[in-house]
Design a protein around this ligand. Structure first.
Ligand code: SAH
Ligand code: MG
Length: 220
């Protein structure tokens, strides 16, 4: 983790959130591989990847690398350095790849360059951590949630970035999918770190006990 402060990383993640991702990835790696949706320029991948590396795990880092809606030319989060002059389109892959090399993470982080729902289509590998930080429209965030949730093993972590308590503070799509997961009864809520929400998938026994309690409430 200390290595991270030696290189400057583009991105919108607070140091405390990065440290939490590092710890979660370290813990999850004892149970299986981790997946992040939204690699961008490698900031969160560096934190998750370092945690995976420490514990001998693997991180799949998924992004089409063409930027989200709000990162396109003329939009609020547009960064001209990310524009590929030949194509006139955003391309975050070169910087992402450079970060992996610089931090010696190429044997730990597996880039998946694809649209989230396309990569999910025939995915078969159970996951011990899913970090959702892709598109922030309702449609994009819900598509990620819907496509990946079933791959999370019991005890696995679902982390969602950019959860804001109100729309005055920020977009509400991440908060919406976080609440959907919580309402499903399949998760236990862990403490949040700034805007990083963390849920842990409950065991089959816990889910069964919850279902039985609901059943009894209905019948009394
Ligand atoms: N997690 C990064 C920031 C991610 S920004 C960090 O903290 O450093 C969001 C990223 O999601 C962008 O790079 C964008 O290209 C990607 N993205 C948006 N929609 C996507 C989709 N449907 N499939 C794959 N990647 C997507
Ligand atoms: Mg984010």
């Amino acid at each position: 983790m200390e290595q991270l402060s030696e290189i400057s990383l583009k991105g919108f993640m607070a140091p405390e959130e990065g440290r939490r991702l590092y710890e979660l990835a370290c813990d999850a790696s004892r149970r299986g591989p981790c997946l992040e949706i939204g690699s961008y320029c490698g900031k969160s991948a560096a934190c998750l990847g370092m945690g995976c590396k420490k514990a001998g795990g693997i991180l799949y880092s998924l992004d089409h690398h063409e930027g989200s809606e709000e990162q396109q030319p003329g939009q609020e989060y547009f960064d001209p350095e990310l524009l590929d002059e030949k194509t006139g389109r955003i391309n975050t892959f070169p910087i992402f790849h450079h970060v992996l090399h610089k931090l010696s993470l190429t044997d730990t982080v597996i880039p998946v360059v694809a649209k989230s729902t396309v990569a999910a289509r025939l995915w078969r590998t159970p996951l011990a951590l899913i970090f959702i930080d892709g598109g922030h429209t309702f449609e994009a965030a819900f598509a990620d949630y819907n496509a990946w949730l079933s791959h999370l093993i019991p005890g696995g972590f679902l982390a969602v970035h950019d959860i804001f308590a109100s729309s005055a503070l920020g977009g509400q799509a991440p908060r919406c999918i976080y609440n959907l997961a919580l309402d499903s009864g399949l998760f236990n809520e862990l403490p949040m770190t700034k805007t990083l929400g963390v849920l842990q998938r409950a065991s089959t026994d816990e889910i069964t006990a919850r279902a039985r309690q609901r059943w009894e409430e209905i019948n009394h």
